[in-house]
Design a protein around this ligand. Structure first.
Ligand code: 2PG
Length: 248
């Protein structure tokens, strides 16, 4: 029996709209982001993909997106689990900075290295920075070593995959249609794993906001073919817009 997995990046956030590096900063959805989340719920209903369990990050924009989409699908009642392991990549000292200004200041090569390279993290954020998450009660159970001050995609894979195996795979094994509502870079980490994308090629992959991406997985919890967006045209346009961020 194939397992159905639905990945959903949160709708546009206030900081996506303002073109700021976000990472673990807990910003809310913009009006457009709420509309995208509602549309995601409509797409799930229209195409008969009805989630039976939800996994989200502990960031509000992912939680809001799931709630709005599931309300639209009349599925607010399904079981929910949340984990910091699905959080956006921690953007280190770049959190709160304007993407276009950062590009201008450091140049295209450094900007893209920080943004999309597999294993080069941005400089770490200071614990007393306005945009640090140290001391945030939702991370009280993390050890100091687990609490990131910056992350590259490789680090995200290392903290996300254990949750995939321990919590998401068992729900798939139970035959449930699983919705994972998360973030541009935490979902890039999962798609890299599922689609077997190389460390170099993953730089080119961008995930659009608010469009469900559906995988049918085999008994080994791997797909026979890449996932399919429920609105492929909007997904292509959305991914191109993410790729162009930084350019004003
Ligand atoms: O700012 C961020 O946290 C991410 C996602 O919005 O941005 P980027 O696509 O530049 O990695």
């Amino acid at each position: 029996m194939p397992h159905t997995l639905v990945l959903l990046r949160h709708g546009q956030s206030d900081w996506n709209q303002r073109n700021l590096f976000t990472g673990w900063v807990d910003v809310r959805l913009s009006d457009l982001g709420r509309a995208e989340a509602k549309r995601a719920g409509e797409l799930l209903v229209e195409q008969g993909v009805l989630p039976e369990v939800l996994h989200t990050s502990v960031l509000t924009r992912a939680i809001q997106t799931a709630d709005i989409a599931l309300e639209e699908a009349d599925r607010l009642w399904i079981d929910v689990r949340r984990s910091w392991r699905l959080n956006e990549r921690h953007y280190g000292a770049l959190q709160g900075l304007d993407k276009a200004e950062t590009l201008e200041k450091y140049g295209q090569e450094q900007f893209m290295l920080w943004r999309r390279s597999f294993d080069t993290p941005p400089p770490p954020i200071a614990d007393d920075s306005e945009w640090s998450q140290v001391g945030d009660p939702r991370y009280a159970n993390l050890s100091d070593a687990e609490m990131p001050r910056t992350e590259c995609l490789k680090d995200v894979i290392a903290r996300m995959l254990p949750y995939w195996e321990s919590d998401i795979m068992p729900d798939l094994r139970d035959g449930k249609t699983v919705l994972v509502t998360a973030h541009g870079n935490s979902l890039r980490a999962l798609v890299k794993h599922l689609d077997g994308i190389s460390d170099d090629d993953i730089a080119e992959l961008n995930i659009p906001t608010g469009i469900p991406l559906v995988y049918e997985l085999g008994e080994d919890f791997m797909p026979a073919k890449p996932g399919e967006y429920l609105d492929p045209e909007a997904a292509a346009a959305g991914a191109a817009a993410v790729a162009a961020q930084g350019r004003k």
